[in-house]
Ligand binder design. Structure first.
Ligand SMILES: Cc1cc2nc3c(=O)[nH]c(=O)nc-3n(C[C@H](O)[C@H](O)[C@H](O)COP(=O)(O)OP(=O)(O)OC[C@H]3O[C@@H](n4cnc5c(N)ncnc54)[C@H](O)[C@@H]3O)c2cc1C
Length: 341
């Protein structure tokens, strides 16, 4: 796999124009690398903000990372960008480890998982996306429903581009490819769904040695419990606490269409079991349903992008469902364009 250090920063783009669908981490990484190399880039993003699954939501006075809850750069390209190139005022290292749980019996976690530095941003992990997007041409609230081939290039929203990079989850990208009669070897790309609960309390959490717990075997409905206010001070008002719960793939799949009340009735007793009966009644509640949360299978970047240099696929469906991996796939897409100029 190519690394960030390999991305060339040539001084000019020779008039090449690149259109990128999706302003999540991978799209932003690609756009940033191309922009730095002097290439004109436009990002099209269907949402009203950048970041995709690097998402933060404010609920009353509480703040939750509803997608990725922390970032572990693991020495990949995103590391120097986060630590050296971008503003670090909001950056915090998450020092408390991740523990595991089996049926809510909590025990110390995997030392290799906890041995790597892990970061978040005070105001929410989405802040990283905002930093990455600085200086880029991002068209928000712009859903691309189809692509069009025009005289050796492609058209999106009446703009012509020489190359495209598509970064939505693979099932959505496949629809775009079909609109220009293309397909790629990604047929089996499957994503887990995930129901996320945001719970705000007006009391502090008990002191824990961890910032998050994971049910590695995903048997319990609460696969991931992240103590947002432990991870990052300021996520809850003074004297309060914020807890984020990601429900297991199985539970999320089976209850995806259920009303929030049904899900909360199932899950809140488990939160009380973990932290005490006073945690049965949050003062703020919100939910988020991710249809495509993280890929179950990953397609191979090189084989997917071997024969069609005009349209490059990137994103975590080609790299693994992690922020640092999604970022890397964006760099690889940028690199293909820079190499092929
Ligand atoms: C619940 C959850 C928990 C996670 N936890 C972690 C974690 O703790 N650590 C970690 O490293 N990773 C975690 N991840 C994974 C990580 O968030 C993703 O792997 C990464 O953010 C994916 O980035 P991406 O750019 O590939 O895709 P996305 O972030 O999905 O970006 C794609 C963008 O394309 C846009 N889009 C889609 N279709 C269109 C269209 N037709 N037109 C225009 N725009 C479009 C979307 O709105 C989106 O902004 C988690 C993910 C979820 C959902």
């Amino acid at each position: 796999m190519r690394r960030a250090a390999d991305v060339r920063t040539r001084g000019h783009g020779g008039g090449l124009k690149v259109g990128i669908v999706g302003a999540g981490v991978s799209g932003l990484a690609a756009a940033r690398a191309l922009h730095q190399a002097g290439i004109a880039v436009t990002l099209f993003e269907k949402s009203r903000g950048v970041g995709g699954r690097l998402a933060t939501r404010r609920v009353g006075s509480y703040t939750f990372d509803t997608g990725a809850t922390s970032i572990a750069p693991r020495g990949m390209g995103i590391e120097s960008v986060m630590l050296k190139e971008l503003d670090t005022t909001e950056l915090i290292e998450v020092t408390k480890p991740i523990y595991t749980h089996v049926n809510l019996r909590v025990q110390p976690g995997d030392s290799s998982r906890n041995g790597v530095p892990r970061y978040a941003y005070r105001s929410g992990c989405n802040h990283l996306a905002k930093l990455l997007a600085e200086g880029l041409d991002v068209r928000l609230n712009t859903q691309v429903d189809q692509l069009k081939e025009v005289d050796g290039g492609y058209e999106i929203e009446n703009d012509r581009f020489d190359r495209l990079i598509l970064t939505p989850p693979i099932p959505q990208t496949s629809l775009l490819l079909w609109s220009i009669g293309q397909s790629r070897p990604v047929a089996n790309a499957r994503y887990r769904s995930c129901i996320t609960l945001m719970l705000g309390y007006d009391k502090p959490l008990p002191d824990t040695p961890y910032h998050a717990i994971i049910d590695v075997e995903q048997r319990h409905p609460m696969t991931w419990v992240c103590l947002e206010s432990t991870k990052s001070p300021g996520r809850a008002p003074e004297g309060g606490s914020a807890v984020l719960v990601q429900l297991s793939p199985g539970y999320s799949h089976d209850h995806y269409q259920n009303e929030d009340d049904v899900v909360l009735k199932d899950v809140l007793p488990y939160v009380a079991q973990l932290f005490g009966p006073e945690f049965r009644e949050p003062v703020e509640i919100d939910t988020k349903r991710w249809k495509y949360s993280q890929p179950e299978t990953v397609a191979v970047f090189e084989s997917v992008n071997r024969d069609q240099p005009g349209v490059i696929l990137a994103g975590d469906g080609l790299s693994a469902g992690r922020v640092e991996r999604a970022f890397e796939s964006g760099l690889m897409a940028a690199n293909l364009i820079l190499e092929g100029q």
